[in-house]
Design a protein around this ligand. Structure first.
Ligand code: AVI
Length: 320
């Protein structure tokens, strides 16, 4: 069989100037923050892959076990021969495991930059020569304009890993509405989400004994040093994370160990001892609240699968 040529389209890229302005504004705000998207430089992506292997970080292996156990049922719900749009595809491994069951006609991995996708898509195209593959470089969290190359009907948006937890519930709803509008005829969403459980397990998942999550969090400062020309010294900061029960979310911060002044190109800020930079929220849902959110966005025909302990859930929702 001849291999279909894969293609890559970079739709938009924030300029370095825009990134610097956004970061600088976040650091200068009274409650300083930096977007979690800055975790994922080359080292940060490797540290995240290591987090997914940790005994405490149950999310990845629990989700994988659900897909393994229910792949037949999931394929029945989704149907075969559609376009699989993989949001935040990275190394494309999660979607590739679905190919034999879902038999997509087209695979569209999406990530901020097509540079993250080239190697993985090249390998996959060799293994699955009959699937048309179009890699898209796009920040899909704020807008979702898909090019004409993406088949209009039978679009299945795939958003695993509980990445939806990094949106506030309001932003998640707006995001689902955009996905719903982009589904075309007979389209849907296949999504993995982390569920609320005893805080002891949630806290351990985001503050592991080996300190990998702490390194992942602190590495954001090294990334900011490069992006902003900043002079963060990671020895002066520590990782803080906890489950906020009222908000139903893990919160992650970097906390100054003592008073420090940080300088960067065009900015400077003093941090008191104990002052924090908010780096991530990771929302956890009840089954009912999550299903309601999907319904509010217009989705219906919702099927769901979870593990025996109800720690994690995979949902398929139809655009109807
Ligand atoms: C990517 N995202 C779903 C992860 C999460 O669990 O919120 C990122 C992460 N942060 C710390 N550990 C993992």
């Amino acid at each position: 069989m001849t291999t279909k040529p894969s293609e890559f389209i970079q739709l938009h890229h924030a300029s370095d100037q825009q990134l610097r302005a956004e970061l600088s504004a976040g650091l200068l705000t009274a409650s300083a923050y930096a977007s979690p998207k800055y975790f994922y430089d080359a080292l940060g992506s490797k540290l995240f892959a290591a987090i997914c292997e940790l005994p405490e970080y149950y999310l990845s292996r629990t989700e994988a076990s659900i897909f393994d156990a229910y792949l037949g049922e999931i394929a029945e719900a989704v149907g075969v021969g559609g376009t699989l749009i993989d949001l935040g595809a990275g190394n494309c491994a999660k979607a590739a495991r679905l190919f034999p069951a879902l038999q997509p006609a087209q695979y569209v991995p999406v990530d901020i930059s097509i540079d993250f996708l080239r190697d993985a898509v090249g390998d996959l195209q060799q293994r699955f020569p009959h699937i048309q593959m179009t890699g898209l470089g796009l920040d899909f969290s704020s807008a979702l304009q898909l090019p004409d190359r993406v088949q209009l009907n039978k679009r299945l948006f795939f958003y695993p890993g509980s990445s939806i937890g990094n949106f506030t519930p309001d932003d998640a709803l707006a995001f689902f509405r955009r996905l719903h509008a982009a589904c075309g005829d007979d389209g849907g969403l296949l999504i993995g989400v982390d569920l609320i459980k005893a805080p002891v397990f949630l806290n351990a998942a985001y503050d592991d004994a080996l300190g990998v999550t702490a390194s992942f969090n602190l590495n954001l400062l090294l990334h900011l040093n490069r992006l902003l020309g900043a002079d963060f010294n990671i020895a002066e900061w520590r990782h803080v994370s906890f489950f906020n029960t009222a908000q139903s979310r893990i919160e992650m911060y970097l906390e100054a160990r003592h008073a420090v002044t940080v300088k960067w190109q065009g900015g400077e800020r003093g941090f008191q001892q104990g002052e924090r930079i908010h780096t991530e929220n990771s929302y956890k849902y009840t089954t009912d609240d999550f299903v309601q959110l999907l319904q509010q966005a217009g989705f219906g025909g919702i099927r769901r699968w979870s593990d025996a302990d109800d720690w994690f859930m995979v949902c398929h929702a139809r655009a109807t």
